[in-house]
Design a protein around this ligand. Structure first.
Ligand code: M6R
Length: 611
């Protein structure tokens, strides 16, 4: 999604803005731009495509030496990626310039009113309407910030704005509603951005703006105003993002670095929640009685988080004996929900900024559900609607393809299921103890997989030319198949579909021939294993090329499957934690082999802030 960055101070503004935009690249974008204020005039540079194209524009303008500026990366929503639609956008009189993350939902009505007043528009964007609206408000407002506040009252939707006005050359206005925006104070000046990484290295202290707040940045400091224009103070927090979190740390890609961080993340979650043989969750604000009274759990999420939720459903139902419904957040918000008290609604989101998930959580809250949020960003918008929060603590995930956050979500669901089970006393003590012991072994088992990735690499080389892929499994690993297929699609652009293996014969089997690889996730220890072997035989009979991800040491597998990716033995219920790693690596190596932009796949955004 879009990202904004702004700076006012004594350093080379263009460079600071460009580097800030680089750190926001992970959000996904298709054009970029800067507006620099120098000697009271604006210089606007834009480019379609990657930031390198914007850099080329900057190199043509090396004489620019601005002390205030705003920058933007755009992920097209209203209008194609083009120079006309790229931000910054400028008012008709050329005096006000603005960058925007979010969507002004009522922009069509506003545009019609402004057009009737004689204003002209040169882009298809909702953002240009915002800057022209501010221009119009400036005619009646006593000050630039007041014009921004007046305009904000007319906007519906989401926005994080950075705005400059020629008549106020010492002021950069930051304002927001329903989209994240941070402001920070550094030695060389003040900064604002959509996310923390853009501030790192320039700012020592920062604050998140709340909805309908403004920050007026000057080279000397910042002043906060509320929607009525009253000035207030806001505590600043120390910015502690390490350079290590922002670097690839010797890996070729962030995705590979993040895959390799997974054992440590699992270990630290276990240390945090497993204390002397008991699961402790102090931030889960339901009493034992309320947990006992729960009649249903609903889980809403999108994409990879939805797959983690699917594992969560399986594990909670299996252990804690509570009915669980999992639904794509984008569907949850558009259907009727029969009245039901004693519901726990779990919203799962790596970023905590996914618009669909936020809307679903808001809806559930209105219905009176207790809202538990599982997120990697405890500073995110989603957290504001939560009654309880479980932070994933997986560290900043930069690669657009979610990997370590998925593993952290899985782990959190296992811990939550164990906690609910412990509180509801639905399993024998020794069952819980055994599962805890098995969970404690997982980090080392993950390390084993990561220590030798040659067989996955060979497999990736062999199948990289495939046009399509099918992933199948049964039981708890249907989610693993779904997630593996999503990962492959996202970063290699190979069409990959996942099914419960039993569904193969109800249609998808028609696709099978010698060109179609079918990957099965099959773990011994349940009837699923034998059933999956039969399903694999059926695929083999149609000449499909077969790959297995398994912990079985059965020699006969070699005669059925063309390739076997071995994982360590874990109880089937925990196997999504280990089985997923070869699938992440397979997608990674295939995408790399195909020369794809692994960390920044086309068309995708890290946090999807539109519904
Ligand atoms: O930040 P969230 O977990 O809410 O994001 C949900 C999806 O947009 C996200 O998982 C997406 O599917 C990723 N690109 C997966 O790799």
């Amino acid at each position: 999604m879009c990202g904004v960055v702004g700076f006012i101070g004594s350093e080379n503004t263009a460079e600071i803005l460009f580097n800030g935009l680089k750190t926001l690249e992970y959000r996904g974008y298709d054009s970029a731009g800067l507006a620099l204020c120098q000697n009271n005039s604006f210089h606007i540079l834009k480019a379609v495509g990657k930031l390198e194209n914007l850099l080329r524009e900057m190199q043509k303008n090396t004489s620019l030496d601005a002390t205030m500026g705003i920058g933007h990366i755009r992920w097209a929503t209203h209008g194609a990626p083009s120079l006309a639609n790229a931000h910054p956008h400028i008012s008709n009189d050329g005096k006000t310039v603005l960058v925007h993350n979010g969507i002004i939902e009522n922009y069509k009505e506003l545009k019609a009113d402004l057009s009737a007043k004689g204003y002209r528009f040169s882009s298809d964007t909702d953002t240009e309407v915002a800057v022209v609206q501010i221009e119009d408000e400036l005619k009646s407002a006593a000050s630039f910030p007041q014009a921004v506040r007046q305009a904000m009252q007319k906007f519906r939707g989401a926005f994080a704005f950075l705005i400059m006005n020629k008549d106020n050359p010492q002021m950069l206005v930051a304002a927001k509603r329903n989209a994240p925006l941070l402001v920070g104070r550094g030695e060389k000046g003040m900064m604002a951005a959509s996310d923390v990484p853009a501030l790192a290295g320039h700012v020592s202290k920062f604050a998140y703006l709340d909805d309908d707040e403004l920050a007026l940045l000057s080279p000397q400091g910042m002043v906060f105003q509320n929607a009525q224009g009253s000035v207030f103070t806001k505590p600043l927090q120390v910015l502690s993002l390490s350079q290590e979190a922002l670097s690839k740390n010797g890996f070729d890609h962030f995705m590979l670095k993040e895959i390799n961080e997974q054992p440590a993340i699992v270990r630290s979650l276990l240390q945090r929640f497993l204390v002397q043989g008991k699961i402790v969750m102090p931030s889960f604000n339901l009493s034992a009685q309320e947990i006992e009274n729960l009649t249903k759990i609903e889980i809403v999420a999108c994409g990879t988080s939805l797959h983690a939720a699917t594992v969560g459903k399986y594990v909670i139902e299996e252990l804690a004996d509570i009915p669980v419904e999992v639904e794509a957040a984008s569907e949850y918000i558009y259907r009727k929900h029969p009245k039901n008290n004693n519901i726990l609604l779990i919203g799962v989101s790596q970023s905590g900024e996914t618009a669909d998930t936020i809307s679903a959580v808001k809806l559930a809250k209105q219905r009176g559900a207790h809202v538990l949020v599982l997120t990697n960003r405890e500073d995110s918008s989603l957290v504001r609607f939560a009654d309880s929060v479980l932070g994933l603590n997986a560290g900043l995930e930069i690669s657009v393809a979610a990997t370590k956050s998925y593993t952290a979500q899985l782990m959190m669901f296992y811990l939550l299921a164990l906690y609910l089970t412990q509180e509801r006393k639905t399993q024998q003590h020794d069952v819980l103890q055994k599962l805890q012991k098995n969970l404690m072994a997982v980090p080392v088992q993950m390390e084993e997989i990561l220590a030798d990735t040659k067989s996955v690499q060979r497999c990736a080389e062999k199948y990289a030319k495939a046009q399509d892929f099918i992933y199948v499994s049964r039981g708890v690993n249907v989610a693993t198949a779904l997630e593996g297929a999503l990962k492959l699609k996202e970063i290699s652009y190979i069409n990959a579909n996942a099914y419960p293996a039993g569904e193969l014969k109800h249609g998808p089997i028609a696709l099978l021939d010698e060109k179609m690889p079918v990957l099965s996730v099959l773990m011994p220890g349940s009837p699923n294993y034998d059933k999956l072997l039969s399903n694999s035989q059926e695929a083999k009979a149609r000449h499909a090329r077969l790959i297995a991800v398994t912990s079985a040491r059965d020699k006969n597998l070699k005669s059925l499957f063309d390739d076997v990716l071995q994982v360590p033995e874990v109880p089937e219920i925990l196997s999504p934690l280990t089985a997923n790693i070869p699938l992440q690596l397979l997608a990674y190596f295939m995408a790399n082999k195909l020369g794809r932009d692994v960390d920044k796949p086309r068309n995708l955004a890290k946090s999807v802030t539109v519904e």
